[in-house]
Design a protein around this ligand. Sequence first.
Ligand code: NAP
Length: 257
Amino acid sequence: MSFNINSFQLNGRRALITGSGKGIGLELARGLGAAGAIVVINDRNREKAQAVAAQLREEGISAETAVFDVTDRAQLFAAINTFEASSGPIEILVNNAGIQRRAPLEDYEANDWHELMRVNLDGVFHVSQAVARHMIARGRGKIINICSVQSELARPSIAPYAASKGAVKMLTKGMCAEWACHGIQANGLAPGYFATEMNRALVDDQAFSQWLCKRTPAGRWGKVEELCGAAVFLASPASDFINGQTIFVDGGLTSVV
Ligand code: NAP
């Protein structure tokens, strides 16, 4: 069969995006929705999830909600199983929820280490397992794990974050190793530097911003909507033979020293 441009369409497929009440997750929901997906907004706060879904519906996007904390295994399994039974199949999962905690490694609080790992790494494991069990039963599914340039590159004060994002990149390959035979494609999407709340300290730091623009071949910060093309591609049938890869959307940062 020859290539069909419609293979980029998401046409009524349900896409659950964790941590999509703001930032990159919200913008990815907008992008997947614009490509035809029914987006499922996840937040820990029910009112916030419902308000964001209502806002997206006003923008012409089909939006539903699933309320859970990615670190609460019992809660998220119940929420995902209930959603699957009552609303419909989750055919696309974007593991986006993540946090940052900055401190020198020698002073890094053990509690901060555990909290960061619980959200950034354990959360991807728990949510993926809950969703993949349904995908495996159906014999198809798309998983997109939000990695980072820190999946490859370390920086002072964020060693635990880099460790978590390196692990998510390898967990993506593990998902490919075990779930490709069930018709699931799991890939990573690795943003460079984008001005969201997570990076407020960096955005406010003029010296950092100048350094970043010199260090990035594109010469600037990324715009969150620039992540949507790769996300739509990885969520769509156009990428059905791409598995276990991580696509860097970073203005060239990881390609150049
Ligand atoms: P953000 O603006 O801080 O948004 C993070 C989202 O995750 C928020 O909606 C947050 O909810 C949610 N979240 C945090 N902990 C959660 C939990 N336990 N359960 C459910 N949701 C939770 O950050 P962002 O910049 O959009 O980052 C999104 C993802 O992209 C993260 O995985 C991050 O590591 C990655 N990333 C970002 C950049 C960048 O330049 N911004 C670069 C590379 C990778 P609350 O509002 O309730 O806290």
